[in-house]
Structure formats: C-alpha cells, structure tokens
Design a protein around this ligand. Structure first.
Ligand code: NDP
Length: 292
C-alpha cells in the first residue's frame, strides 16, 4: 500500500474538542447553551444508530440534545406541527430531521418547513441557494467534513481537478459546489456518465458517493490522487457483517496518494460538522462572532 490514510476519526475528535471549548466559553460568558433537536420518524435501524450517536456526541461537547422519536405512522401534519414548535423554541438552535422519512411523507416539504437559520443539515432550499451563489449559508455536514479533510491534507485546493461520483442533493451536488468554491475544476459524474473510469482517472481529488459497495476500484484512480470515500455500505463477507465504502480500499490504496478509510473517515467528520453547524447557528442567532 502506498497511500497515506486520512484519519477522519482523529480529525473529528479535534473538531469536537474545538466545538466543546467554544460551547464552554458561550456558557461562561453569555449563559447560552446550544441546543440541537433531532427528529426521528419510524424505526429504521441505521437511522436509530445515527440518532443515538448524534445525541451522545451532542451532550459530550456540552450542548443540549432534544430527541423526538415519532412512530412510523405519524401524519405529515403532526410532524410539521412539531417542526413549527421547534422553530419557535429559543432553546433549540439546530433542527435535524433524520432521513429517509416514511414513504407517506413529502421530504422536501418537511425539510423546507425548518427555519433556514436552524437548518443544521443545510438541506433547506434557501441554504442550497445561498451555497450555490457563494453566500453565507448552512453547509451540509457530510460534504463539509470532506472539504475540511481535503483542506487539511492539501492546503490549497485551487486549480486541482476534482471528480465527484454521485449527484444527490445531500452529498454529490453540495460537494461539487464546495470544491468549486475552493477553485477546483469540478466534474460531477453519475450513472449515465460515459467512460466513468477515464473520467475518474483525470481526478486529483476523487470523491466516491455512489451508494454501491466497493464500486470504485484502483483502476479508477490516477496515481497519487486523493480518494474521499463517502460510502457507508453494510455487507456480509465470510459470514460476518462488515462496513465498507463506495471505494474498494485495498486496490485504491495501491494507487492513490491519500485515502479516507471506512469506517473512520468521512463518517465521524459528518457528526463533528453537525455539532460545528449547531454552534455556528447558535452564534448567529445571538449576534455573536462565529467560530472560524
Ligand atoms: P444516492 O443513492 O442518493 O445517490 C447516489 C448517486 O450515485 C446518484 O447520483 C447515482 O446516479 C450515482 N450512481 C449510482 N450508481 C452509479 C454507477 N454505477 N456509476 C456512476 N454513478 C452511479 O446516495 P447518497 O448521495 O445519499 O449517498 C451516497 C453514499 O454516501 C452512500 O453509500 C451513503 O450511504 C453514503 N452516505 C454517507 C454519509 C456519511 O456520513 N458518511 C452521509 C450520507 C450518505 P444517478 O443520479 O444517475 O442515479
């Protein structure tokens, strides 16, 4: 293996430490405690794990965590009423509705009901528009975590060729916007892209967000490139459950200059960025300086 491993777990711990310090200052100087409300509808096992983990890390950095667990058959109107209540609650600075929602709910409608200033996931149409036009916004946590790791590894990203494989609203598109904001030359690839291997092999930065276990193999990687693996796929191998990314780690690591592992790469950074966004939302709501 030649690639340097980008340790998302260690970096996330550092980010959480910085957030915790800032939270302590807010509390000491202003008596303000940031509050994050997480809403979970239904019993999707993966979502339950994420919500538990988010709640635990929220309290660990000194913030208040408010969990709202609703049964799968909850009506959309009831969920919208809860969001309206959280929008008006001064103790709540960030609101996250765990996706996916049950089929009978319109996710766009629900997400757009969140006060954009409290939309710590950055999925509200206002925040999407602000990000797209380079204005101050709430930035989606997963791509933000990827960008922070890339900046830490490369310093400046200016002029680098970046290929993002995946065009979802929650990962691929905002990732591309962020890379463009850092002056990369950006290509967004997807399931209809022709000659995907060739396209990927031009990338100095290759972001895999396809939702297909180990699809991006070493053949897709330019020697020395940085591979950011967003994927989280649970598979069974040799009779055991395993978590793997959208990149095939061993073959990519033979060719890449640096790579994020799964687990321990993008995943931990996502939650750290959620906490950082909640802190930012709290500072903005109180007219205080934002953390850098
Ligand atoms: P989506 O399923 O919403 O999007 C997948 C994208 O990949 C689509 O744009 C699709 O193209 C594209 N794609 C699918 N198959 C291919 C293919 N064979 N060749 C090229 N492109 C393809 O997934 P998400 O964006 O929500 O998530 C992507 C991955 O990231 C998943 O593994 C998910 O689990 C993970 N994830 C991880 C998070 C974290 O915290 N680490 C957070 C969120 C997601 P098309 O649009 O044409 O269909």
């Amino acid at each position: 293996m030649t690639a340097q491993i980008i340790d998302g777990k260690a970096f996330a711990a550092k980010v959480r430490g910085q957030v915790a310090e800032h939270v302590a200052q807010l509390k000491g100087a202003h008596g303000i405690i940031p509050g994050l409300a997480v809403v979970l509808v239904g019993e999707d096992p993966a979502s339950q794990v994420y919500v538990r983990s988010k709640g635990k890390q929220t309290t660990e950095v000194g913030m208040n965590s408010y969990e709202h667990k609703l049964p799968a058959e909850t009506g959309e109107a009831e969920l919208l009423a809860l969001i309206a209540q959280l929008n008006h609650d001064p103790k709540v600075h960030g609101i996250l509705v765990q996706l996916p929602l049950p089929d009978h709910m319109n996710s766009d409608l629900v997400i757009n009901a969140i006060d954009p200033a409290k939309d710590v996931d950055g999925f509200h149409i206002s925040n999407v528009g602000l990000l797209g036009t380079g204005q101050k916004s709430m930035v989606p946590c997963t791509p933000l975590g990827c960008l922070m790791m890339l900046r830490e590894h490369h310093g400046s990203l200016s002029g680098l060729n970046a290929v993002v494989v995946g065009r979802s609203n929650i990962v691929g598109k905002p990732m591309a916007q962020l890379l463009l904001g850092d002056s990369c030359t950006v290509t967004i690839a997807h399931s209809r892209t022709k000659d995907l291997t060739e396209v990927c092999r031009r990338a100095d930065i290759l972001v895999a967000a396809v939702g297909r276990a180990e699809m991006i193999t070493g053949d897709y990687v330019k020697p020395g490139a940085t591979v950011i693996d967003v994927g989280i796929n649970r598979i069974e191998r040799d009779g055991k459950n395993k978590l793997v990314g959208d990149a095939h780690f061993d073959s990519c690591a033979e060719v890449a200059g640096a790579i994020t592992p799964v687990p321990g790469g993008v995943g931990p950074m996502t939650i750290a960025c959620l906490l950082a966004n909640t802190l930012t939302a709290t500072c903005r709501a109180n007219g205080l300086d934002e953390p850098q």
